[in-house]
Design a protein around this ligand. Structure first.
Ligand code: C2O
Ligand code: CU
Length: 492
């Protein structure tokens, strides 16, 4: 199991340093059987990897209040980071010379005015994943910023929009490449009366890095294009298997982003007490105890983690085995360590409020639609389909009306998991069909991504408040680029 071995090197690779600082700690224990690696992978024994780096804090985007808006600058440009000793620096694409990009944090009701400059060799857009903002500010593929040019993005965060969002490129056909080269950052919207404001907070952006023999970011193989790309390294805030300190009995609030191209992560902290307190679009009504959490590509969760360090259980954050119906690559067969937890000083657990937020169920739908995912492996030009078609920039797939409740049934008739994502609003999953029957969703939550395994269906409801073209697509980025995407045109 070459893949399994690759996953077992316990070391930390820190990309978060930016220009002017060395990217890596010294090597201590890298390399168990690197010679068994499949072709095209670098031998981790040769990587400058060191166990035990601390979880890097995400850099913040500097913002300045001017004319009623928070103003800042975001630039996408090539960035070389020295990763491998004796080899050329690894060429990334980065926002503001930082991998991951700078974190953006605002309060509900605030406005953001951002100057964006594209210094990449190709067109891009900045998509504000999950945010309820106007369509013409949302980085649709239709609104590409050509290489060497720029634009302003301007929007105001509506009431009750607090949550954990992110931003990433969304150009036609090149989203996957731009994200795996390093372009992604988190966007947190806060509320003033946050019931969990008393808890210390950790932000964990999970991403995937695939390197070639020369230590450069690898191109995508046929398997990557088919299954969705996975790298040798799942990084947390740009570091490989970093560590974090948690006191015995201490309560921390974690925000977790799955910014990998394609991994469906079954997250678990077996030694600790975990509550789910929030989903993509912010807090849920009350905390829910959790054994493991399925976090598909693009999705986020808020967890309250209470340090317990149960004897005999692995102390850190793991991705448990999960099979997502891959056509070419091996499934993940063993637990993948993501983050080590070190026991800190004993603490008295801070209170966890029983009520977090009021969420009203969306009413009965005025419109019902079906979205069918399918695969046609015999047709390389149109392999991943929605309602039998691949994406066409000039086609409108559905016409909707602002303010109307829609109910969509997303039906996966393909062989792989496909995580469904909708722009511009948050939805409520109403029911899921596991192949045998429908089951009502046990709790209300605001989401913008839901995983749909093969032969399963999901019923969801939403309301788009603003007019404009909204994309819906599979969030396995290689599938999105291959055309597993459509347009909902919302009319006023
Ligand atoms: Cu995170 Cu349309 O994407
Ligand atoms: Cu897909």
């Amino acid at each position: 199991m070459q893949r399994r071995q690759v996953m077992q090197w316990g070391a930390a690779l820190a990309l978060t340093s930016w220009l002017g600082r060395p990217a890596l700690a010294a090597s201590s224990d890298a390399g168990h059987g690197g010679s068994q690696l499949a072709g095209g992978m670098p031998d981790p024994a040769s990587l400058g990897l060191g166990r035990g780096a601390s979880l890097p804090a995400l850099r913040r985007l500097p913002l300045e209040l001017k004319n009623g808006a928070l103003q800042g600058c975001l630039t996408a440009a090539p960035l070389n980071l020295p990763l491998l000793p004796g080899k050329a620096a690894t060429a990334f694409w980065a926002y503001n010379d930082s991998v991951p990009g700078p974190a953006i944090e605002l309060y509900e009701g605030e406005s953001l005015s951002l100057r964006f400059d594209n210094r990449l060799p190709q067109a891009t857009t900045v998509h504000w994943h999950g945010l309820p903002i106007p369509a013409d500010q949302d980085g649709n593929p239709h609104d590409a910023v050509p290489a060497g040019q720029g634009r302003d993005y301007h929007f105001t965060l509506p009431p009750d929009s607090a949550g954990s969002y992110w931003y990433h490129p969304h150009p036609h056909g090149h989203t996957a490449e731009q994200v795996y080269r390093g372009l992604a950052g988190v966007f947190v919207v806060r509320r003033r009366d946050d019931p969990l404001a008393h808890l210390p907070e950790q932000w964990l952006l999970l991403s995937d890095l695939k390197l070639d023999d020369g230590g450069q970011i690898a191109g995508s193989s046929d398997a990557d294009l088919m299954d969705g790309r996975e790298g040798q390294f799942v990084l947390v805030n740009g570091a490989w298997r970093p560590k974090l300190t948690l006191g015995m009995g201490e309560r921390q609030r974690w925000r977790v982003w799955n910014a990998t191209s394609a991994r469906v992560l079954r997250l678990a902290l077996p030694a600790h007490e975990v509550h789910l307190v929030g989903t993509d679009g912010g807090l849920i009504a009350s905390p829910r105890p959790l054994d493991s959490l399925l976090l598909p590509p693009g999705a986020r969760a808020e967890l309250v983690v209470t340090g317990r360090f149960a004897v005999g259980k692995p102390a850190g954050l793991l991705a448990l085995p999960y099979a997502r119906g891959k056509m070419m690559g091996l499934e993940q067969e063993s637990a993948l360590p993501l983050l080590a937890l070190e026991r800190g000083a004993d603490a008295v657990a801070a209170p966890l409020p029983a009520r977090l937020r009021r969420i009203e169920a969306l009413g009965l739908p005025q419109v019902k639609r079906r979205v069918v995912f399918s695969e046609d492996m015999a047709n390389p030009a149109a392999m991943f389909l929605i309602n039998g078609k691949i994406f066409d920039m000039d086609r409108v797939d559905f016409v909707g009306k602002a303010g109307q409740v829609e109910e969509w049934e997303v039906d996966n008739q393909a062989d792989m998991d496909h995580p469904f994502h909708l722009h511009g609003t948050q939805f409520q999953v109403v029911a899921r069909h596991d192949g045998r029957g429908w089951r009502d969703e046990p709790y209300l939550a605001w989401r913008d991504v839901v995983n749909v395994p093969p032969e399963q269906k999901v019923r969801l409801r939403f309301r788009q408040e603003m007019a404009g073209a909204r994309m819906f697509h599979c969030h396995i980025l290689e599938h999105e680029d291959a055309g597993m995407m459509g347009v909902l045109d919302v009319r006023a």
